[in-house]
Design a protein around this ligand. Structure first.
Ligand SMILES: [Mg+2]
Length: 423
């Protein structure tokens, strides 16, 4: 009994929860429509106009001039996301997060938990238990986070995911055991997790457009097309997916933050303020993951799209904002001395992560005190929102007089939050 839980139009939903005036309107989170960013999330009202995630903001505005454009606040999205994943862990010990706004839960054998939490009647069949749990999760997400979730229920992960997509928005759909292949058959191949635009095009060349047609292809044909993955794809299209819900995905190998400026910046104080903001965000993420970084890197992209990356290995792994910032600022100084042109994009990364076991010099207790302070700040921000506290260096902004201090907002940075799982 596997549940796939997915929040509906997550970034937009968080904005609408904070500002009810945005409800029922075409809302696009991504940034300034005159800027160079892309749509991060569009509300369902905006999707009617053909707007989708990843579309250039300028095009989105031409398609829907009356849309409300919101810059986006990734710290708030991360905060809501953490509360979402905490709710899920109340229903099963086996939760596999798939990103900020979705996760798989394995409810097999969870009857006692669901009985205790939701008052499931004794002797209920697993399918009823999964429905009761799914509706309970949807209710708590709505009441506690003021956003909506859709739930798919099936015996395997990929069918559960297709079901939650089909249930959107704000719905629940269970696919009974034995009816998986029939449920999938009429749907386009793109609906199956793992089928991207390339595979879709390759299948279209064979005249294969639906999952039913894909399921009917012989494994040898699929192997010739997609290699080892081919026959597995055929099984997925028939609704067969024995992939277990993992305790945890592969641990992150790097944490990074980067953003593109609304216009190229050559003022080093602005560049430093951006790095400071990113150092705080990367530091908070490292502490949340219980990891420390051995390596800090700086990424710069100039106006002509030349991109450089510089890194430095630390003597002692860190999760401290100040160390991350000072290391990146040092790299910035060296890089600008070589090439002082205006910067289009700036990013800070932490890699070579190690477990969070503090190694201190025998008599040096200062790092511990500094980190205790950071963890207190993390807790306050988790409870009251990222902007309940600010540090002096990120406050600096010579261009905008607004009291809104966040580096992305102040400098028109369209931010990408990256949690690298690859090397
Ligand atoms: Mg979602």
């Amino acid at each position: 009994m596997i549940l796939h839980v997915d929040l509906d139009a997550f970034f937009v939903a968080v904005e609408q929860a904070r500002d009810p005036a945005l409800r029922g309107k075409p809302v696009i989170v991504g940034g300034d429509p005159d800027g160079r960013g892309v749509v991060a999330t569009a509300s369902y009202e905006a999707r009617v106009y053909g707007i989708y995630s990843g579309m250039a903001l300028g095009l989105a505005r031409r398609l829907c001039p009356q849309a409300v454009f919101v810059r986006g606040d990734f710290h708030e999205y991360e905060r809501v996301s953490q509360r979402f994943h905490r709710i899920l862990r109340d229903y099963s010990p086996l939760v596999e997060p798939m990103g900020l706004d979705e996760a798989f839960l394995d409810l097999t054998g969870c009857e006692p938990i669901i009985q205790a939490r939701c008052g499931l009647r004794p002797g209920a069949q697993p399918e009823e238990m999964a429905r009761v749990a799914g509706e309970a999760i949807r209710r708590r997400v709505r009441e506690e986070l003021a956003v909506t979730a859709s739930v798919g229920i099936a015996g395997g992960k990929s069918v559960a995911k297709v079901a939650s997509d089909a249930a959107k928005p704000d719905g629940l759909l269970a696919v009974p055991a034995g009816s998986e292949a029939a449920f999938l058959a009429p749907r386009p191949v793109r609906h199956l997790p793992g089928v991207g635009p390339k595979a879709e095009a390759a299948l279209a060349r064979l005249g294969v457009r639906t999952l039913g047609q894909l399921a009917a292809l012989p494994p040898s044909r699929l192997r010739a097309l997609f290699g080892k993955w081919g026959p597995l794809l055929g099984e997925r299209a028939r609704g067969i997916d024995p992939t277990p819900v993992a305790w945890e995905r592969e641990p992150a190998k790097s944490v990074s933050r980067a953003g593109t400026y609304a216009r190229d910046i050559d003022d080093v104080s602005v560049l430093r303020a951006s790095l400071r903001g990113y150092a705080e965000s990367v530091g908070a993420e490292l502490r949340r993951l219980g990891r420390r970084a051995r390596c800090v890197s700086l990424k710069l992209r100039y106006g002509d799209f030349t991109t450089i990356s510089r890194s430095r290995t630390l003597g002692r792994p860190t999760c401290a904002d100040e160390v991350l910032y000072r290391t990146a600022a040092g790299l910035l100084e060296t890089a600008l001395a070589r090439d002082g042109r205006a910067v289009r994009l700036i990013g800070l990364g932490a890699s070579q992560l190690v477990d969070d076991a503090v190694q201190l010099g025998l008599f040096d207790r200062r790092p511990l005190a500094a980190e205790a302070l950071l963890r207190s700040i993390d807790r306050l921000r988790e409870k009251y929102g990222y902007r309940c506290l600010q540090t002096g260096l990120t406050f600096f902004d010579p261009y905008v007089s607004s009291p809104d201090w966040e580096p992305y907002r102040r400098m028109g940075l369209s931010s990408q939050v990256g949690l690298g799982v690859g090397s």
